[in-house]
Unconditional design. Structure first.
Length: 380
């Protein structure tokens, strides 16, 4: 499999995503000791300020890998049991029979059966696979809303269950990771944010990664443009937004370089032990937020590029207006971190399903170039 980087090929593929409709995007690809960074487009459509590869970015659910690593470190320290019921630790948040049946592992791999709280916190937004009739009103209404984590968890716990605890396919749910954040706070005596910062971010030596202390990203960053399936036209900047609605489930701010460093160290056994990493790579079948079946481990999931690039592991993430992908090949020798400043660019068909868009094909082509080094232009 090709392991050298072709900067011209990577630059061309990144530019193609910009020309397909993303205002700006930036990425870092590593192959062994080689490192390529690239950027295309603008960070601000009003001023034309260009994006650069060093910008900070809201990474969404890539945060879950950091949270999972912090939980595994507490398991290693003997403070938590992966197969201990959550009711043993947090009986008030998950009471009764459900608290006795749902384990820490089930929260990590989304097989708890707990429903997603977001549709209840944002009542005008519907989740996939039925987004028909949805309205983006809630985004502006809650731009500066400060949510309480226990109340959000309560919305997910009291909502109709997505399934029985431990059954598959599981259902991807941010309720699980808000509970894990409360669990970290319970066993460490500090906030989950401080625990993750101490045990994961600082351990990895990440200089540009951290949790927000308000609605602003801070430091150089791109604006984030939300289209909400064409219902916000032109797309609106939501880079200023209170992220308490996801907390340590999806609020982390980082850079593409820091994400690659983190996943590289994680797969080298330097964040959690190799035994814990093996646990993180034990997958079950779940249904993603987009309604697609995927295999999911403990804050990680595998991805197969279209070519012969081998299996990659990592996580994707979305926030209002921003998207991120961070992956590493299982041998640790090739990595990709990518950030885009537009989300939900697809229009919906009559059934509420997103329609294909040129951005989708361009992103897939870039990811393939980055992940396995092949040039899709040669196969036309």
């Amino acid at each position: 499999m090709p392991d050298s980087l072709d900067p011209a090929q990577l630059n061309a593929a990144l530019e193609a995503v910009h020309h397909a409709g993303v205002p700006g995007l930036f990425a870092e690809v590593r192959a062994g000791d080689e490192v390529w960074q690239g950027a295309a487009g603008v960070a601000d459509v009003a001023t034309g300020r260009p994006v650069t590869a060093g910008l900070r970015h809201r990474v969404g659910s890539v945060t879950k890998t950091f949270t999972a690593a912090a939980v595994l470190r507490q398991v290693e320290a003997g403070q938590l049991g992966l197969d201990t019921p959550i009711g043993h630790y947090l009986p008030r948040l998950v009471p009764g029979d459900r608290g006795a049946a749902i384990t820490v592992r089930m929260l990590l791999d989304h097989t708890s059966g707990l429903a997603e709280y977001l549709p209840y916190a944002y009542p005008s937004l519907k989740t996939f696979p039925d987004a028909a009739g949805t309205r983006p009103d809630s985004l502006e209404d809650h731009r500066f809303t400060r949510f309480d984590a226990a109340e959000l968890i309560g919305l997910g716990v009291t909502a109709p269950a997505a399934g029985a605890p431990g059954s598959t396919p599981g259902q991807y749910s941010n309720t699980n990771y808000l509970l894990l954040a409360e669990l970290l706070a319970h066993v460490t005596g500090t906030t989950a944010e401080k625990c993750i910062t101490r045990d994961v971010i600082e351990r990895a030596g990440l200089r540009d990664t951290g949790f927000p202390d308000g609605p602003h990203v801070g430091a150089p960053h791109s604006r984030l443009y939300e289209a909400w399936f064409g219902m916000i036209d032109p797309p609106r900047d939501f880079s200023v937004f209170d992220m308490s609605f996801v907390g340590p489930s999806a609020s982390l701010i980082s850079t593409v370089a820091d994400l690659n460093r983190f996943f590289g160290l994680l797969f080298a056994g330097e964040i959690v032990s190799r035994a814990s990493l093996a646990q993180m790579r034990r997958t079950v079948r779940i249904t993603s937020q987009e309604g697609k079946p995927i295999d999911y481990g403990l804050g990680l999931y595998p991805m197969e590029p279209a070519g012969d690039g081998g299996t990659f592991w990592g996580h994707g993430g979305t926030v209002w207006g921003g998207g991120t992908l961070a992956v590493i090949r299982e041998d640790g020798q090739r990595q990709l971190s990518l950030a885009v400043n537009l989300q939900r660019w697809n229009r919906l068909d009559a059934s509420g399903r997103p329609q294909p868009h040129p951005i989708d094909a361009a992103l897939a082509a870039f990811s393939r170039v980055a992940m396995d080094g092949s040039d899709p232009r040669r196969e036309r």
